[in-house]
Structure formats: structure tokens, C-alpha cells
Ligand binder design. Structure first.
Ligand code: FAD
Length: 406
């Protein structure tokens, strides 16, 4: 269904309802994960008396600030399972949501620049293949064939020694994804309430029974937290701690160009990742700023270093101009894997820790989180991603695959 041109929007997207005094479930956060969760709660579990509460505007957080890379080539079985499930859902969602969000499976390359990179990458390709994830190892000539503007000379700081390649990976238009979910949620009866900030929780003993907002108190039987960079702030309001660090993560776009960049290229070592959006902008992401913060902006030196790296790998970018830079707040965990599951508070559930790479996980996060909220128990795909792993030590370390950012 996806096409190359920007599709027309439908005339109607969603209602702007006033909050009701009570709901069967409340989702905190109107980003992609909150929207996808509400959609699957309504569609798979028949829960339609639910609300999404968003403190700002729909998708004004990381959802419409990310660089839209979608792939599933993670190392460990648990991660491959959830990210590959997400990729399979991405492949059918445009039809299901009846909205063309320009999912373009143009492939993603992860470059290797050192012997260590090569070893880790080849190992990951093997692991991916065993898990049924499409993955290939490319030598520098094959890399050049797929992306002719890439500099594979030996004469640069970090020569390209090869790359992993996932052909089914790609990009999608993030704001359209949000609108697609929002429109379907609305159609199914979900209330999407913008400008409604959750400021606290009402508890009966250890059980959550309501949320306090800047628009009044709302009673509810269940609360799902899907607040990305603000997850630990909300957890603190509810009386528990999350092992999350919130960091700024930046990205930028150039002015529009003719098509020059046919795939997606990521370099963890050189710290840059690049694709070309449907309209023609070169979209580039940087690494995280190392300090913790909640401002949706980062430091200039991070962008400066990232541009230097980009020009080294893609010399023709030296003639391009930066049009816009921006930042989001990413919620990182110590094992670079998400947390989706129960919390110490009864009837309160959490989906967070997707860090620099949660856009790709959006459909699977929604599906599994909805299952967890509806049934009170994890889906088999999110079971390994429980909060308890930080107590048991059963970490799922994806720093190699998540790397620079994504
Ligand atoms: C620059 C950048 C590039 C990225 N690139 C990629 C990429 O290429 N691929 C990829 O897979 N991932 C990427 N990511 C990560 C991805 O964007 C996130 O992991 C994902 O969007 C998080 O889920 P979300 O969409 O629900 O978050 P968000 O859109 O941030 O949603 C959370 C929402 O909660 C709301 N909220 C917070 N507190 C409250 C409150 N008290 N009351 C009510 N609402 C509240 C916020 O306003 C926000 O709208 C990137 C992130 C950034 C910042």
C-alpha cells in the first residue's frame, strides 16, 4: 500500500473530547506507544472505555522527533523476537489502519570500521539468521554497490570494513504513523485528550484507582504509563523507582535534494546515521548528550562532531545545508532494552526504556503492553522485559545492536 509520494490526509482524524470522570483504563502519554497500546486494547481486548492523556499535543514527544529507522536485527533471542514481531506488524499496518504512512523497506546497513566491529557484526548476522531475521554480511565493494555515495576509501579515519544489511528494514513517516493510530483509536471509541497533564495518582492502599490531572481527577481501574523520557518522573509520583536515565538525543535535516541516498546507513563507531526522507531531506541522527535532562534540545558540539563524521563518510554532503536541528528526551536502561510489564503498584503497568530505538518497536510495544494491561500478565514477547530483571540480573544487553542510537 505504501507509495513514494506524500499521500493526502483524510478529512477527519480524531475528536477532541473533554475528559470523562472515569474510564476502565487510562494510558499516560500520547506518543506512538500510548496510541498503539490504546489501539490494541480496543481492537484485541474490546476495551473501548479508555483514554489517552497527553500533557502536550499528540506525538509532540519523541514520536515525531525520531529519525524513523525500523529494523529488527538485534542480537539476543528475546530482542529478535519482539523487534521482528514489530517489523512483521509494520508490514501489514498500513492496510490495517487504512492509512499510508510511507513505510519504505529500503534496507538498513550498519557499518563496521574496526576488527571488533567486524567480529560483533558477523556474530550478529549469524544470530539473526538463526532467529529467522533477514540479515547479510556485506564486504566494502557490496556496500558501495548498495550506496554509491559512501566513501569506502582506505584513507579516512575509520575505513569501512564491511556492513551488516537487513533488506526488509527501512523508514516510515512518523507523524503519519501517529495520525494513523489516532484515527483508528478514535473510530474505536478511545478518547484522546491533549493538554491534559498527569500530576499524581490516587491510590487505595497499594492499588491505583485514579489519576490526578491539570483538568481534574479521573477515576480508573487500570493505568498504563507510556511516557518515554518522563517515565521515571511518573513512577516517582506513583511511589516507585525505575532504572531509567533520561538523556537528550538530537537529529537534523538538510534542505531538499534529488534522490541520492537509496538506503539507510548507520555507523555506530563514527556516530552517525543517515537516510533520505521521501520529500528529499537528508535525515541524520547523532549520539546522546551524556548528561541527564528533560529539555527537548541538546548541545551544539554533539551535532558538530556528527556533521564532521557524516562528511567523512559522505563527502558530497559537504555541499548540503542544515535546515533544522531538534532534540527529544530518551529513556535509557543499563542494558539498552525496554521495560514492558507490571509495576510494584497494583493495576499500574509500565512501558518505557526503549531509549534511542523505540519507534521501530511501536507496534509490538502496543500489542504486548495492551495484552499486559488487559490480562494483568505479560504477553510471551514482553515477559523477558520485566522490571524484575534489574533485580534478578537477567539483563538483555543490546548495547552492540542498539549502539549509537537505534
Ligand atoms: C532524535 C531522536 C531520534 C530517534 N530515532 C529513532 C529511530 O530512528 N528509530 C527508532 O526506532 N527510534 C528512534 N528514536 C526513539 C523513539 O523515538 C522512542 O523510543 C519512542 O518514540 C518512544 O515512544 P513514544 O513514541 O510513545 O514516546 P513519546 O512520543 O515521547 O511519548 C511520550 C508522551 O508522554 C507524554 N507525557 C510525559 N509526561 C506526561 C504526563 N505527566 N502527563 C501526560 N503526558 C505525559 C509526553 O508529552 C509524550 O508525548 C529516536 C528518538 C529521538 C529523540
Amino acid at each position: 500500500m505504501s507509495s513514494d509520494h506524500l499521500p493526502e490526509h483524510p478529512d477527519f482524524l480524531w475528536r477532541n473530547p473533554e475528559p470523562k470522570s472515569s474510564y476502565d483504563a487510562v494510558i499516560v502519554g500520547g506518543g506512538g506507544h500510548g496510541l498503539a497500546t490504546a489501539y490494541f486494547l480496543a481492537k484485541n481486548h474490546g476495551m473501548t472505555n479508555i483514554a489517552i492523556l497527553e500533557k502536550g499535543w499528540l506525538a509532540g514527544g519523541n514520536m515525531a522527533r525520531n529519525t524513523t529507522i525500523i529494523r529488527s536485527n538485534y542480537l539476543w533471542d528475546e530482542s529478535a523476537a519482539i523487534y521482528e514481531h514489530a517489523l512483521k506488524l509494520w508490514e501489514v499496518l498500513p492496510e490495517e489502519l487504512e492509512y499510508d504512512f510511507l513505510f519504505s523497506q529500503r534496507g538498513v546497513m550498519n557499518l563496521a570500521h574496526t576488527l571488533g566491529d567486524v567480529r560483533e557484526s558477523v556474530r550478529r548476522v549469524g544470530a539473526n539468521q538463526l532467529n529467522g531475521v533477514d540479515a547479510e554480511w556485506l564486504d566494502p565493494q557490496q556496500v558501495k554497490k548498495l550506496c554509491p555515495i559512501l566513501n569506502i576509501s582506505d584513507n579516512i579515519r575509520y575505513p569501512v570494513m564491511g556492513a551488516t544489511y537487513q533488506p526488509r528494514a527501512g523508514i516510515a513517516k512518523h507523524d503519519h504513523v501517529a495520525w494513523a493510530f489516532a484515527r483508528k483509536c478514535d473510530e474505536l471509541g478511545v478518547d484522546i485528550i491533549q493538554n491534559c497533564e498527569v500530576t499524581g495518582f490516587v491510590k487505595d492502599g497499594n492499588r491505583v484507582v485514579g489519576v490526578k490531572t491539570n483538568r481534574g481527577t479521573i477515576n480508573t481501574e487500570k493505568v498504563g504509563l507510556a511516557a518515554a523520557g518522563h517515565s521515571s518522573v511518573l513512577a516517582e509520583m506513583a511511589g516507585f523507582r525505575l532504572p531509567i536515565q533520561s538523556h537528550p538525543l538530537q537529529a537534523l535535516v538538510s534542505e531538499l535534494h534529488e534522490p541520492v541516498h537509496p538506503t539507510v546507513v548507520m555507523s555506530n563507531h563514527v556516530h552517525v546515521y543517515v537516510s533520505q526522507a521521501h520529500k528529499g531531506e537528508l535525515v541524520m541522527g547523532a549520539g546522546v548528550d551524556s548528561y541527564n535532562g528533560y529539555g527537548q534540545r541538546g548541545s551544539f558540539h554533539v551535532i558538530e562532531e556528527q556533521m564532521a563524521a557524516a562528511v567523512e563518510l559522505f563527502p558530497i554532503f559537504a555541499r548540503a545545508h542544515v535546515l533544522r536541528t531538534w532534540g527529544g528526551i530518551v529513556d535509557t536502561t543499563m542494558d539498552a532494552s525496554p521495560i514492558v510489564g507490571l509495576t510494584p503498584v497494583e493495576n499500574m503497568f509500565v512501558n518505557c526504556g526503549w531509549g534511542t530505538g523505540g519507534f521501530k518497536g511501536t507496534p509490538a510495544a502496543g500489542l504486548t503492553f495492551a495484552h499486559t494491561i488487559a490480562t494483568g500478565a505479560p504477553h510471551k514477547l514482553n515477559k523477558p522485559f520485566a522490571l524484575e530483571r534489574f533485580e534478578t540480573g537477567a539483563l538483555i544487553d543490546e548495547h552492540g545492536a542498539a549502539a549509537v542510537a537505534h
